[in-house]
Design a protein around this ligand. Structure first.
Ligand SMILES: CC(C)(COP(=O)(O)OP(=O)(O)OC[C@H]1O[C@@H](n2cnc3c(N)ncnc32)[C@H](O)[C@@H]1OP(=O)(O)O)[C@@H](O)C(=O)NCCC(=O)NCCS
Length: 148
């Protein structure tokens, strides 16, 4: 398995995974295209030979790396791929003195457990945030600079 920056030749595949995993909540093709072409976004994938099995898209700002979307293809789930992608971002953020942030639906137990396992902490909640009235949990890793 290799972790690589996603280039535009994988845009169709990226959109396919996003559609499969997020359905109507998926980013549009155009939004994903913009992410791949904007240097403020970090777009990483895990690859087996030339097949992309999972991806993460994050927006880098001056003090934070904000994970916007992460998904793993069905047949590759539970093999540690999302963990590897997030750890890659965590290492990058730590060595650049940045936090890592994300937002997750409280009912998304798989994702929530994964983030907890990696050391993310819930710092705030947005009640009734989603269309289905679920709560958004705002989670951070490496937020210590705010407490100094
Ligand atoms: C969330 C997602 C990206 C995880 O991808 P993955 O590559 O399978 O994740 P990993 O194999 O690295 O991590 C597996 C971890 O998920 C959690 N998990 C997996 N199945 C679970 C279950 N049935 N119940 C609770 N937690 C579970 C565990 O923490 C597990 O770690 P463990 O095996 O050490 O216990 C993937 O399930 C996915 O694409 N989901 C749909 C899109 C989505 O919800 N994205 C996140 C939006 S915030």
């Amino acid at each position: 398995m290799q972790i690589k920056k996603i280039d535009e030749s994988f845009l169709n595949e990226l959109y396919k995974i996003s559609q499969m995993e997020f359905c109507e909540e998926s980013y549009s093709f155009k939004q994903l295209e913009e992410c791949l072409n904007n240097k403020d976004y970090i777009c990483l994938g895990t690859f087996f030979n030339n097949e992309m099995a999972s991806y993460v898209i994050a927006l880098e700002t001056v003090d934070d790396v904000n994970i916007l979307s992460i998904a793993t293809k069905k047949e590759y789930k539970n093999q540690g791929l999302a963990t590897s992608l997030i750890k890659n971002l965590m290492n990058y953020a730590t060595s650049n003195n940045k936090s890592v942030s994300l937002e997750v639906k409280s009912k998304n137990a798989v994702a929530y457990n994964l983030y907890l396992k990696l050391g993310f902490k819930v710092v705030s909640k947005r009640l009734n945030y989603y269309k289905d009235k679920d709560t958004a949990l705002i989670m951070f890793y490496n937020l210590q600079q705010y407490y100094q």
